[in-house]
Design a protein around this ligand. Structure first.
Ligand SMILES: [Fe+2]
Ligand SMILES: [Fe+2]
Length: 275
C-alpha cells in the first residue's frame, strides 16, 4: 500500500450539513419500504460463519478483470435498497460525492475515493443479494451494539446462540485494531481488498470502514480500536460528510465529467483490476 501521510489541518472541514439542510439517514421517516426488509435479512444472515465463507470466496479476487470506469458504468443499473435517502442509480451517487470533494479543493486521491467508494457493490453483479452487499457494517463475533441501525432485527441471527459472541470483546482482544476484526460482509471490505495496493492508506481505510456508522457516528466499539484506527477515523468522518450531504435529486452530467474522471482513474489504477 502506498504510504502518504496527510494532515487534516490543511483540508477544509466544510460544514456541509448546513442548518436548514435536509435530514439524512432518518430510518423512521423514510418512504422506502425496502430499507427495513433489507436490514431484516442482513441482520439475520450476517454471522461469523457467513463472513468467513465470503472472504474465502472473494479474496482470491478471481471473479473478473474489469477497469474501474466500466464498474462505475455498471453501477448505473443498481439502486441501493438500504439507502433511506436516495433512489437514484449508484453512478449518480459516485459523481455527486466526488464532485462535492473536488469543489472543496481536496487532493486527487480523496476525489478518487469519493468516486469509487461504492464500487464494491459490484458484488451485486456477481449474484450476491443486496443484504450481502449494501447497508451499514458492524463487527461479528462479539456483541451487536444496540446503536446499529434497526438493531431489533438481530433477533433471529444464529450467532445470538453462541455465548462467546455475546460479550463486548467476543473473539477479539482489547484494542486489537479493526484490521483484526471480522466485519459483516459487504461492498466496503470487498473493495478494500481490490484497491488497497494502489491507493494511499488513508483512502483504503476510508473505503474499508465508510459504512461502519455505529463507530464513526455513534462512537461504539471504541474498545476494539488501536491508535492507528483512531488516527484514520478522522478521515472516515471527513469523508462521511461528502458521502451523505452530496445526495440531491440533481444528476451530474456524466458525459461531460467522464474525461476528467477517466484520467483520474488512470493516475492510480491499471487498465483492468482483479475483482
Ligand atoms: Fe457505501
Ligand atoms: Fe456512498
Amino acid at each position: 500500500m502506498k504510504k502518504l501521510f496527510f494532515t487534516l489541518s490543511f483540508l477544509t472541514l466544510a460544514p456541509l450539513a448546513a442548518k436548514d439542510a435536509p435530514v439524512y439517514r432518518d430510518y423512521e421517516e423514510t418512504e422506502r419500504d425496502c430499507v427495513r426488509e433489507l436490514y431484516r435479512l442482513n441482520h439475520t444472515y450476517q454471522t461469523v460463519e457467513f463472513v468467513k465463507a465470503q472472504l474465502a470466496k472473494y479474496l482470491p479476487l478471481n471473479h473478473a478483470a474489469i477497469g474501474m470506469w466500466d464498474v462505475l458504468e455498471k453501477l448505473n443499473a443498481l439502486v441501493d435498497d438500504s439507502d433511506p435517502d436516495l433512489d437514484l442509480p449508484q453512478m449518480v451517487h459516485a459523481l455527486q460525492t466526488a464532485e462535492a470533494i473536488r469543489k472543496d479543493g481536496h487532493p486527487d486521491w480523496l476525489i478518487l475515493t469519493g468516486l469509487i467508494h461504492d464500487c464494491g457493490k459490484m458484488l451485486f453483479f456477481f449474484g450476491e443479494p443486496q443484504w450481502a452487499v449494501v447497508g451499514d457494517i458492524f463487527p461479528v463475533g462479539c456483541r451487536f451494539s444496540d446503536k446499529i441501525v434497526h438493531a431489533d432485527l438481530f433477533a433471529n441471527n444464529p450467532d445470538l446462540k453462541n455465548p462467546l459472541y455475546q460479550t463486548d470483546y467476543g473473539i477479539y482482544s482489547p484494542n486489537c485494531g479493526l484490521r483484526n476484526v471480522l466485519m459483516s460482509w459487504g461492498h466496503d471490505g470487498y473493495l478494500y481488498h481490490v484497491v488497497k495496493n494502489y491507493l494511499p492508506e488513508e483512502a483504503a481505510y476510508i473505503i474499508r470502514f465508510h459504512s461502519f456508522y455505529a463507530l464513526h457516528q455513534e462512537n461504539e466499539y471504541q474498545h476494539l480500536l488501536d491508535d492507528y484506527d483512531r488516527e484514520m477515523l478522522k478521515w472516515v468522518q471527513l469523508f462521511n460528510k461528502y458521502d451523505l450531504y452530496s445526495k440531491c435529486p440533481e444528476e451530474p452530467n456524466q458525459q461531460k465529467l467522464a474525461p476528467y474522471y477517466k484520467a483520474l482513474i488512470a493516475q492510480f489504477f491499471p487498465e483492468k483490476l482483479a475483482w
